[in-house]
Design a protein around this ligand. Structure first.
Ligand code: 5RP
Length: 219
């Protein structure tokens, strides 16, 4: 049976909506999912989600709202604006996770838990599983990266444990074509690349290079 390769998600961490729209229009045919990044949602609101979906009707759009509370409302706002996927932050109460997940299911959409800032997964991960959460976003955070955090064995071990528990994993955090091979042997479901694509001089070539690294790592 042919192996399913991880999907490629472009993260648009912009504060200018017109710049984000221009980038989405340029790269949409080379990626599977387009993420309206958290800064963009904060700068332009749900209008950013609607605008990106309008420009990219054939891509799934993810609203990276990283919801901390009021899960049903923020999930519904994201889906009403045109998102196919939304995120809840790992520190949100289980009630928020439950409500956002139910709202996602009702709308035939997806809710992901964003692991940014998580320190002890062994407590929360079984509870999320029990609630029926399917997807987690495993994140090497921007600030932690800027302060020197590299991908390492402790991350890969944790990712493997989460996959063994039955979660599907999106991996992200400063990923480049050079770093992607580090994940060989780990059955990731999705890979996010933001700056490696949109900050490149040639974003289409950069998206192709990420896709090639995915193919080489997971074929
Ligand atoms: C930051 C994010 C980013 O969208 C994510 O890290 C992907 O961007 P990059 O590939 O540039 O690191 O959620 O909190």
């Amino acid at each position: 049976m042919e192996k399913k390769l991880p999907e490629l998600q472009l993260a648009l961490d912009y504060v200018s909506l017109p710049s984000a729209i221009a980038m989405a229009a340029l790269v949409k045919d080379y990626v599977d999912i387009i993420e309206v990044g958290t800064p963009l949602v904060k700068a332009a609101g749900m209008a950013a989600v609607s605008a990106i979906k309008e420009v990219c009707p054939n891509n799934r759009v993810l609203a990276d709202v990283k919801t901390p509370d009021v899960g049903a409302l923020e999930a519904q706002m994201s889906f009403d604006a045109g998102a196919d996927i939304m995120t809840v932050i790992q520190g949100a109460p289980l009630e928020t996770v439950k409500d956002a997940l139910e709202t996602a299911k009702k709308n035939n959409k997806e809710m992901l838990i964003e692991l940014t800032g998580v320190r002890d997964l062994s407590v929360m991960a079984p509870k999320w599983r029990e609630l029926g959460v399917e997807w987690l976003v495993y994140h090497r955070e921007w600030d932690a990266q800027a302060h020197g955090l590299d991908w390492g064995e402790e991350h890969f071990k944790e990712i493997r444990e989460l996959i063994d528990m039955g979660f599907k994993l999106t991996i992200t955090g400063g990923l480049t074509p050079e770093l992607i091979p580090l994940f060989k042997g780990i059955s990731a479901g999705r890979v996010i690349a933001g700056r490696a694509i949109h900050a490149s001089e040639d974003p289409i070539a950069a998206a192709k290079a990420i896709r090639k690294a995915i193919e080489e790592t997971w074929s």
